[in-house]
Ligand binder design. Sequence first.
Ligand code: G6P
Length: 587
Amino acid sequence: MCGIFGYIGKRDTALELVIEGLKKLEYRGYDSWGVAAELNGSLFIEKQVGKISEADLSPIKGKNVHMAMGHTRWATHGGVTQINAHPHFSWDKKIAVVHNGIIENYEEVREFVGKEKFVSQTDTEVIAHLIGHFRQTMPFKEAVLAAIHKLKGRYAIVVMNVGEPHLIAARRGSPLILGIGKGETFLASDIPAFLEYTQDVMYLDDNELATVGESVAFFSIETGAPLEKRVVNIDWKAESAEKGEYDHFMLKEIMEQKDSILRAINQNDEEILEIAEAIKKSRGCFFSGCGTAGKVCMAAEYFFSIIANRHVNFAPASEFPIYHHFLRPESLLIVVSQSGETADVLEAMEAAKKKGAKVLSIVNVAGSTIARTSDYSLQIKAGPEKAVASTKAATSQLALLLLIAYAIRGDLQEGRRVLAEAASAVNDMLNPRFLTYVKGVAENIKNHENAYIIGKAENYPMALEAAIKIQEVSYIHAEGFAAGELKHGPIALISKGTPCISLIANDEVKQDIISNTIELKARGAHIIGISPENHEVFDQWIRVPDVGVASPLVNLIPIQLMAYYLGVLRGHNPDMPRNLAKSVTVK
Ligand code: G6P
């Protein structure tokens, strides 16, 4: 949610580097963008509405500087306009700021610095004026510290001050990472943005500030005292964050499930058993996550019940804090997050920690805030996921949670066998013939404005996930239901030809969901069955392998492909759905 990129160092192409970095961060927000640098002793700022990948870069050409910063925006406060795009600057044009997060007390600060100074409708502009205010009487770093002491909310900021040879970065609640190269330093909202230049990173943690110039120094925001920091080497390849031969990241990431599921279950046995033990010992085990990760958590409720005979509770992270009444030191909160930076998840963790409960996180991004601030953390090892719609992360999260459920039952090796079989089934499915077939199904329904998906047991959360996938990529109004709930309302929405997708597994509830599918058909629905076996009720059948309780892993594959093709066929860019962002770092 908003991307920040900064550069300072030996190259004089800082503005171009920032533009390239922002393009890699575009998935975090793409309604407008802007860059700032110091040119001949004054502030140069270029801002444009629209995607940076489609921008007119002529104003940047030939401007050779060694220090620059930029921002790609996902609007929160203030509409999508050129003025509201970042960087924002102080009234005297000496201070420029890029910001990811939300300043909650911006109205109060606006009064403090003087309303007449403001040109935009954003919360961010208060930061620039506030720093400008203190800078009149204080050195750069002290002015930034004084300003952020007055701010409430979440932020990652990078600040430039005309005449100063360094940038200042600070964070509370939103990510910002330093990439340490030879004679140059990068600042970015995520690591892949600078991965082609360096794999050495330094994490800026919450309540920390860094001065980034010829050298880098870290300070506590609270006390201003210097902090010791380590350089960490990241084991990621730059090309894994590129599209390669594919038209879109989404398709590339769907195809990567050929091996990402296997990586997810390739975990250290001892660690998994320890986690299984912690879950068994807990009194009150809660799962929480947002969006797709939330649907995975919901599936875990079924996995834990069916496989491990264990009761766990799920609440979406935005709803979780209200459950604090049930939390105590023996409770365990398991959070699932691809990015490891989602604000609602961090708030859920805070609620649990306040009551002394332990937190286990399942994340994709190593070193993310959620990973670093939980008591135990496991990585799904899916590699960078760039498309806004989560695909490979979801199947990896499902696989790891299933494995843990087996470990709780005392059957870790059996779990591994079941999942290895499912992973190999996914590998087989992702062949060109299957892709063409699913594309054909998408062709058939692409002109409909409504679609419904039903599932039962562990495939009920997958029906909800299917709806998210179709909504975000194709903008078709899609909704998922528990198959048995149809007759209590949603069936009224069905008319002749309405596309309905039925997610079926070869399990004890198969006959029930078939009956529900027949009920839909009787009202005129066009039935797409996703199932190991064909049935006469299906108008179209997408065959998936029979992998027992791991069926959500295989049922999601055609759903992801169908959403992708629906998006493409309806003329949308599936990697950057309107109004959405990959990493949601605001509440
Ligand atoms: C956003 C993304 C979703 C994602 C959700 C949770 O809404 O668009 O794809 O599932 O955030 O993100 P997380 O990184 O916590 O899994």
